[in-house]
Design a protein around this ligand. Structure first.
Ligand code: FES
Length: 106
C-alpha cells in the first residue's frame, strides 16, 4: 500500500494509502479526492481523471499508450507531465508519488 500525495488546486494536500493493482483513479475516487470525476469509469474515453504528475516522478511511470496520448490532447490544463490517472496501475514502486489535480476539474 504505497502512500500517494494528491495536491489540489488550492494547494492543500491529502495523502492516501493506495491499494496495489488498482488504478490511481480508483484509489482517488475511493479516498474522496475532489476533482477526479472519472465519468467513463476508467475506459480512457473522458479525460476527467486527468492529473499532473510531479516531474520527479513522471519518468518513473510506464509510458502512456496511444489512446491515452490522444485523450490528453483534449484536457483543459495540459502539462508536460499530464497523465490520465485511470491508466496508471498502482504498485509498491509508486511509494511517495505526488500528483496535482488540475484546477479546471473542480
Ligand atoms: S476515467 Fe475516463 S479517461 Fe480516465
Amino acid at each position: 500500500m504505497p502512500k500517494v500525495k494528491f495536491i489540489t488546486a488550492d494547494g492543500s494536500e491529502k495523502e492516501i494509502n493506495a491499494d496495489n493493482d488498482v488504478s490511481l483513479m480508483m484509489n482517488a475516487v475511493n479516498n474522496g479526492i475532489d476533482g477526479i470525476i472519472a465519468e467513463c469509469g476508467g475506459a480512457c474515453s473522458c479525460a476527467t481523471c486527468h492529473v499532473i504528475i510531479d516531474p520527479e516522478w513522471y519518468g518513473k511511470l510506464s509510458e502512456p499508450q496511444n489512446l491515452e496520448k490522444d485523450m490528453l490532447e483534449f484536457v483543459a490544463e495540459p502539462s508536460d507531465t499530464s497523465r490520465l490517472s485511470c491508466q496508471i496501475n498502482v504498485t509498491d514502486e509508486l511509494e511517495g508519488l505526488i500528483v496535482t489535480v488540475p484546477s479546471a476539474q473542480y
